[in-house]
Design a protein around this ligand. Structure first.
Ligand SMILES: [Zn+2]
Length: 69
């Protein structure tokens, strides 16, 4: 087994480093191009430079909040 260290050097273009709604950094990928913010409980996805923000409704449906970009 080789130990592979991933070191972050600078920002990757196109990567979302923080939540577009609350600017929290408690975001993580839940799927490819889909991220979730643990602080304000929204999902957002990145598509070719455009950012889509979704909110979960009471019924568990995703509702589009806003588009950025
Ligand atoms: Zn947030």
């Amino acid at each position: 087994m080789k130990n592979i260290k991933k070191e972050k050097s600078g920002k990757n273009e196109g990567e979302v480093a923080c939540c577009p709604v609350c600017q929290s950094r408690a975001v993580g990928y839940i799927a490819k191009e889909r991220l979730y913010c643990a602080d304000c409980c929204v999902e957002f996805s990145t598509k070719k430079g455009m950012l889509l923000v979704f909110a979960l409704s009471w019924e568990g449906e995703l509702r589009e909040l806003k588009k950025i970009g």
